[in-house]
Design a protein around this ligand. Structure first.
Ligand code: ADP
Ligand code: MG
Length: 401
């Protein structure tokens, strides 16, 4: 995670730091037992307060990993020093437990793990010192219940660990979410631009195609030229088709109305339409076991989805094969299945479905499945592919009823 990019609110930071510095100064001057016989101990305390204050004050200017390590080292030295200088202030022990919390503020995973490890190690040494050397002379409150203190220390580290992980995960998720929003905004803008462009390109294409169709019918041209015209018209039709399909994805859905659509009726009309298309390769659509069922969607879009999927199944089928379509009402959803015994798809091919312009057909646009997924998502439906290469494909479409 890039910590450098997380801006600190300067007002909040400096007011917090000033409070911390004021408390450290208060500890140095107010009722300090060492104040009466000044010595190297008190001097060390003063120097550490000074250094820690400077580090905290200039941190916003040098927000580097290295500087964070320096702050943690100085702060740890400070807390351990006051623990040793003021053995009667038992609450200093609490600060030792919470040293790893400093790196939580920096949201630095590596630093947190390192300081958790080093601090545990230091506490082990400290407790060994108290048990073996001090023997409860100065730190009787720790020595008298050593096990209890060790358990408390471990407990505090576990709490810190949970706090760190929970907030770290949440921050990571938020960051991801933010990235996604930014990405979709960018996509939306490019989508709008592309749609505007596609629209502009379609008009001249239509004009050129119209003239070619005229010339094709005239007798002044020889057969060879006419063949070229027909080739050009075909290519222009493909381009037109790509643009129309693209525009149907990009255009806002204001002209589609949601209504209660009877699946049986829609399947019947789609079958009637596509059976003519099937004559080309002697493919038939068999409607078996089609139940009445209602979906809240737009009739046009539902038809568009089914036409795309059934047409794909027909195009994948061998000459003379049939495509079987079923529809069933289950609990709270309607399940439509389109089954073919055609060429099937490999796992990789299935993963590419829905990617714009992915097509294995010489005249395919590769936009059909993308449109289908978009329509399904719009009405809270799903499309699932089961396919075996060379054996056939079953497409399962589910919509809430
Ligand atoms: P297009 O039909 O224009 O090629 P689609 O998005 O509709 O674009 O389909 C993308 C690709 O998915 C097709 O080119 C085809 O290779 C594959 N495909 C889709 N449905 C099937 C199917 N039922 N069986 C085999 N392949 C399929
Ligand atoms: Mg298709």
């Amino acid at each position: 995670m890039k910590n450098k990019n997380t801006p600190i609110n300067p007002k909040l930071y400096y007011s917090t730091v000033l409070v911390v510095i004021a408390l450290m100064l208060l500890g140095l001057f107010a009722g300090n037992p060492l104040l009466h016989h000044l010595g190297p101990g008190y001097l060390t305390h003063g120097v550490l307060v000074f250094f820690l204050s400077i580090c905290l004050l200039i941190y916003p200017l040098y927000k580097s990993h290295f500087f964070r390590i320096i702050i943690i080292v100085v702060a740890s030295t400070y807390f351990y020093t006051i623990f040793f200088l003021y053995p009667n202030t038992w609450s200093n022990f609490i600060f030792l437990c919470f040293i790893p919390a400093i790196s939580i503020l920096f949201f630095d995973k590596k630093l947190f793990h390192l300081s958790l490890l080093l601090n545990t190690f230091s506490i082990i040494i400290l407790f060994s010192y108290i048990a073996i050397v001090d023997r409860g002379e100065l730190y009787s409150y720790i020595r008298e219940d050593l096990i209890g203190n060790i358990i408390n220390f471990l407990g505090s580290q576990a709490i810190l660990y949970f706090i760190f992980y929970l907030s770290y995960e949440r921050l990571k998720k938020q960051k991801l979410y933010y990235e996604q929003i930014k990405h979709s905004e960018r996509l939306k803008t490019t989508g709008q631009l592309a749609a505007a462009m596609a629209h502009e390109i379609r008009n001249p294409l239509t004009v050129v195609k119209g003239f070619l169709q005229l010339y094709e019918k005239e007798n002044t041209y020889n057969e060879n030229s006419k063949r070229h015209f027909s080739l050009m018209i075909n290519e222009l039709s493909t381009a037109e088709q790509v643009i129309s399909q693209y525009l149907s994805i990009a255009k806002p859905d204001k002209d589609t109305e949601t209504e209660l659509v009877n699946v049986k009726d829609v399947l019947q009309s789609v079958t009637d339409l596509l059976n003519t298309y099937g004559l080309l390769h002697d493919n038939k659509i068999v409607l078996s076991k089609v139940e009445d069922g209602y979906i809240a969607a737009s009739t046009i879009e539902l038809k568009q989805l089914l036409i795309n999927i059934i047409k794909n199944a027909m195009e994948a089928s061998k000459v003379g094969d049939s495509v079987v379509v079923t529809s069933e009402c289950k609990k709270d959803l309607i399940e439509i299945k389109v089954m073919d015994c055609g060429q099937g798809m490999s796992k990789e091919e299935m993963e590419s479905l829905g990617t714009p312009f992915y097509s294995l057909k010489s005249r395919g646009t590769g936009l059909g499945m993308m449109i289908c997924y978009n329509i399904a998502a719009k009405y809270k439906g799903t499309i699932h592919f089961d396919s075996v290469k060379g054996k056939g494909t079953t497409v399962t479409i589910r919509f809430p009823s």
